[in-house]
Design a protein around this ligand. Structure first.
Ligand code: ADP
Length: 475
């Protein structure tokens, strides 16, 4: 079985969130049973020397709307199944999709070019591909091109990691990408309120759609979570399946993680305390015995940032410390930068920092995830692996991966994949109630420890879910 896995992010080369993690860890898990080629743009921010990335000797050209574009193919010396496409329009800039002024104005062209190049690559590199696996809007156009332009025999699997991002652009893109108006600009393809929508075309033209948790697969077919594509997804529900993401047990492992202060596992939890003490010292907090709550994530409405900000006024008097790491929408960055001095027990770091995030997972007692919706969420799984208890809104993949500790039958712990604190409604009362429950549980430290030890032993790797993807490829 051989797969071409196309993604606009793959950790450690390029990552803005969970897509980067999944595009690294799923192929890694699948490689035990299948030949999986991954393809990523060779963004200028990727350190070619550090990762031993070399030119393969293959270059090809493609004409779009009368303009000739050049694509150079690179590979990693460490793994010949990792391929990279270099094209100056796609790659030569800071940032993946945007800079401080907003989204790049030519993203449709950039990821249109990348989509063409992923298909052309199969021919030019003579790859024996049976299935093409595409991810989110950035590569969704591949399904349309495969079926309408190239008439490929290969099947196409589309994974929706987050329906909130669809790749919506002005319809002039149809000409810019040399697409056929009649065939492509219709409601069962790209057309979307007189614009184009890349993800919508992917949904119609792929052979199978997966999304990243069973609950989210159900939610996106409802008007509340469907982001205006719910009826499109209902029409295509016969080929839609929810498969819960896993995390890489090589990357996220407190026993080997090179970014944390001291390695530990469920048998040496006292060493986790060393991580907590050192981190708090590093940021200038003196009271290291108090429970530590952290938030790690993109600053966007989806992640419940408003609730988080609202909660600071209430938690400022709690016997607990809070650390926030994230970056995102400008208004949130500004708020966080301004309020960081207002609360003595709240530390805020605005920015993207992989090392600091690992230190937070290792140091924290609780991880906050007040998301409005969460397709799968990886943070809660990473947190559980590092012995930090997730406090989550009951939505999407959070619902599928975390059971509230008050609903657990402790004589049968094996039945539970993850245990934490969950709450139902997105408002400050429920959120504060969840934090209060956490403080009370922390008071019963024996019980708290029993739960985090259980979470650290539970399997959140790709073992089970990779099998489900293999079944899909086979079918
Ligand atoms: P999403 O894909 O919606 O951003 P996920 O929960 O699926 O959310 O994945 C988030 C991933 O990105 C996790 O690995 C998390 O640790 C990481 N992450 C998010 N924000 C930051 C940040 N500011 N610095 C470092 N890592 C981050």
């Amino acid at each position: 079985m051989s797969i071409l896995f196309c993604s606009s992010e793959i950790y450690p080369y390029a990552k803005s969130g969970g897509l980067g993690d999944v595009a690294q860890s799923l192929p890694e898990a699948l490689r035990k049973k299948a030949k999986v080629y991954t393809v990523l743009p060779l963004y200028q921010t990727i350190d070619r020397e550090k990762y031993h990335i070399e030119y393969t000797g293959t270059t090809f050209f493609y004409f779009l709307d009368g303009v000739e574009h050049q694509f150079d193919i690179f590979t990693s010396k460490n793994n010949k199944y990792e391929l990279f496409i270099y094209n100056p329009i796609i790659c030569d800039r800071e940032g993946l999709y945007h800079d401080q002024f907003g989204d790049f104005g030519d993203n449709a062209l950039r990821f249109g070019l990348f989509s063409y190049a992923c298909i052309e690559l199969i021919f030019h590199m003579k790859l024996p591909i049976e299935t093409i696996h595409i991810n989110d809007w950035q590569t969704a156009l591949i399904a349309l091109l495969a079926k309408t332009k190239y008439h490929l025999s290969q099947k196409v699997v589309l994974t929706i990691h987050n329906l909130a991002y669809q790749g919506i652009f002005p319809k002039t893109v149809v000409d810019q990408l040399s697409l056929d108006w009649e065939q492509c600009f219709k409601p069962e393809a790209l057309e979307y309120f007189d614009k184009v929508n890349f993800l919508k075309a992917g949904i119609f033209y792929c052979d199978t759609i997966t999304t990243v948790s069973p609950t989210y697969a159900h939610e996106i077919q409802t008007p509340l979570f469907g982001k205006t594509l719910d009826s499109t997804l209902r029409d295509n529900s016969y080929k839609l399946k929810g498969i819960l993401n896993g995390i890489s047990y090589d990357v996220f492992d407190p026993q080997t993680d090179p970014m944390i202060f001291k390695h530990y596992d469920y048998k040496t939890l006292e060493d986790k305390q060393i991580n907590k003490k050192k981190l708090l010292k590093e940021i200038g907090f003196v009271e290291t015995e108090k429970p530590l709550f952290v938030f790690i994530g993109r600053f966007t409405h989806q992640k419940g940032i408003d609730l988080l900000i609202e909660s600071f006024n209430l938690v400022k008097n709690f016997e607990a410390n809070f650390i926030v790491l994230g970056s995102g929408e400008d208004n949130y960055n500004t708020i966080f930068n301004n309020i960081s001095v207002c609360y003595p027990n709240v530390y805020i770091k605005v920015g993207y920092d992989e090392t600091f995030s690992r230190k937070l997972y290792a140091a924290s007692d609780f991880l906050l995830m007040p998301s409005l919706f969460e397709p799968c969420g990886l943070n809660q799984m990473i947190a559980m692996r590092y012995g930090s208890m997730p406090i989550v809104a009951k939505t999407g993949g959070l619902r599928d991966s975390v059971t509230d500790f008050t609903d657990v039958d402790y004589s049968n712990l094996r039945n539970y994949t993850g245990i934490g604190i969950t709450y139902e409604e997105h408002n400050i009362f429920w959120f504060m109630h969840a934090i209060a429950k956490a403080l009370s549980l922390y008071g019963n430290y024996k019980k708290y420890q029993k739960i985090i030890k259980h979470n650290m032993k539970v399997d959140h790797s790709w073992k089970k879910s990779a099998k489900e993807y293999l079944e899909i490829y086979k079918s």
